[in-house]
Design a protein around this ligand. Structure first.
Ligand SMILES: [Zn+2]
Length: 97
């Protein structure tokens, strides 16, 4: 299931999260998404951010996840000279199960 989290155009600080026929609002994208997940009974660990987020729109995949096999769940890749976000999971430490 895909959830869209969108900033309402009439209000700078009100966001709506929608997935299927469910919707929830909040004073920020995190609050809207948490309320939607609570209504759908989806654990926080089963929410994956998808690429392509903008300043007023974010997309998430809601569904079973597992610890990222490449970074062990840390979300970081530590190289010889630098540490950076894990490429496989985008830094969140989890991937689709
Ligand atoms: Zn990773």
């Amino acid at each position: 299931m895909i959830a869209q989290v969108v900033r309402e155009s009439h209000s700078r600080d009100y966001w709506t999260a929608e997935a299927g026929s469910h919707a929830a609002g909040g004073s920020g994208p995190g609050e809207a998404l948490r309320r939607l997940c609570r209504a759908l009974n989806i654990p926080n660990a089963d929410v994956l951010p998808l690429p392509g987020a903008t300043i007023d729109r974010q997309t998430f995949r809601l569904g079973p996840t597992t610890r990222c096999p490449d970074c062990g769940g840390s979300g970081r890749y530590v190289g010889l000279r630098a540490a950076e976000a894990c490429e496989t999971c985008g830094g969140c430490g989890r991937v689709a199960a």
